[in-house]
Write a new protein. Structure first.
Length: 399
């Protein structure tokens, strides 16, 4: 008998999301009765604001929401997204330039599918979100990592990008505020990078899902606001998940030039069709409604940010740049490696994360998930009491 044909080689090469893997392991240990505190998931611990839930409940009573709707999104939500894009990113777009997706992750996937051709090189500043290189590979592109360490506040320079550019470079990934580091590029840094991309005809995929979560008076200036001419070669990715505590609602979007959005819309018409109508109506309510609760979330994140940075800095061997956006701390922990802790000598941040989970019952994501070893990502989007208790466990472990 002939053996079964092989599974997809392309998908076989794709790794599971490292952040979700660590979070799942932490939850399994919690279910088994271990008092694990997890800093793994980038998920607000707040409830979605009630006015958003009320809009969804009302939508459930309307039978038209039980039917297929346009694959690119409900008109009311596309209009709300266009208004938000002008308000927060300084870019005026028509609703037809908006594609509503099942979370920001689908937008990321579709963005690379839209502008990457087989063999293209995509400049990927590191540390990077764990999904980017896999999405680039699925588009048959080649991710080219450009690393900036803690000494640069994890922000790449034009000189670094230019050194990595070749005649195969067609796309740059630009993320500010950053997941995993929380770093925010200054308006001047953003403009310099934008002008460089414009000069070389390079597409920019900019993930702005954390743009409303900034601190200390910082504003995350969109690259298309800094360099308006770049709009014709930029795709903006965003969503309601982080700002409005709506991770499970799965509503994201992509915004870009009409020709690119036409291709992305064609793909989505075959891939998933329309996003859940009730969730879309809830997202429109989030964008158009009062922003008071979202601001309270931001203030809570800011309080937790200051706490986690100050407490991590008390650990000898840990360097913590001050994150001005998102809800992550990304300490440089190379000073903890190659030293003995509880009879174990970790040589990588992966080994260090395993040691921390086993000996302190704290789940963190190792730097290998986001680029080079030697770093840890800790999300501070968890309750205040757990936040402090977990860091105190680390302080005791590394005393």
């Amino acid at each position: 008998m002939t053996s079964r044909a092989p599974l997809s080689r392309k998908l076989s090469a794709i790794a599971e999301s490292a952040t979700l893997k660590v979070d799942a392991k932490a939850k399994a240990l919690q279910a088994a009765g271990r008092p694990v505190i997890s800093y793994a998931a980038g998920e607000p611990d707040f409830a979605t604001p009630s006015y958003i839930v009320d809009a969804a409940a009302k939508a459930l009573q309307d039978p038209k929401n039980y039917r297929y709707t346009p694959a690119a999104g409900l008109p009311v939500l596309r209009e709300a997204i266009a208004a938000k894009t002008l308000r927060d990113s300084g870019l005026e777009v028509a609703p037809s330039q908006v594609i509503v997706t099942n979370g920001g992750k689908q937008s990321v996937y579709q963005a690379f599918q839209t502008v990457v051709n087989p063999g293209d090189e995509v400049l990927l500043p590191a540390p990077y979100w764990t999904t980017y290189p896999e999405a680039i590979a699925l588009a048959e592109g080649t991710p080219v990592e450009v690393f900036a360490g803690a000494d640069q506040d994890y922000k790449v320079t034009v000189a670094q990008l230019e050194a990595a550019r070749t005649d195969k470079t067609t796309v740059l990934v630009f993320v500010s505020p950053s997941n995993p580091t929380g770093s925010v590029y200054t308006p001047e840094e953003t403009a310099e990078i934008g002008r460089w991309a414009l000069e070389h005809g390079i597409w920019v995929i900019t993930d702005e899902i954390y743009q409303n979560l900034t601190y200390e008076g910082t504003r995350a200036v969109s690259i298309v606001e800094a360099v308006p001419e770049l709009a014709e070669q930029t795709i903006l990715v965003n969503g309601v998940a982080k700002t409005y505590a709506m991770t499970g609602w799965r509503v994201g979007w992509m915004v870009g030039p009409a020709d690119a959005m036409k291709l992305a819309g064609n793909l989505q018409s075959h891939l998933s069709s329309n996003v859940n109508n009730v969730a879309q109506i809830a997202a429109a309510a989030a964008l158009d409604g009062p922003q008071d609760e979202a601001e309270q979330f931001r203030l809570a994140f800011d309080r937790r940010r200051r706490l986690i940075v100050s407490e991590l800095a008390k650990i000898d061997g840990v360097e913590v740049p001050n994150p001005l956006g998102a809800f992550y701390a990304y300490p440089d922990v190379r000073g903890l490696l190659n030293r003995s802790w509880g009879g174990v000598t970790p040589t990588t941040s992966l080994e260090l994360a395993d040691l921390i989970l086993e000996q302190a019952e704290v789940a963190v994501v190792p730097g290998e998930a986001f680029g080079p070893s030697g770093y840890l990502r800790l999300s501070y989007a968890l309750g205040d009491d757990q936040l402090l208790e977990g860091i105190q466990r680390l302080q005791r472990l590394f005393a």
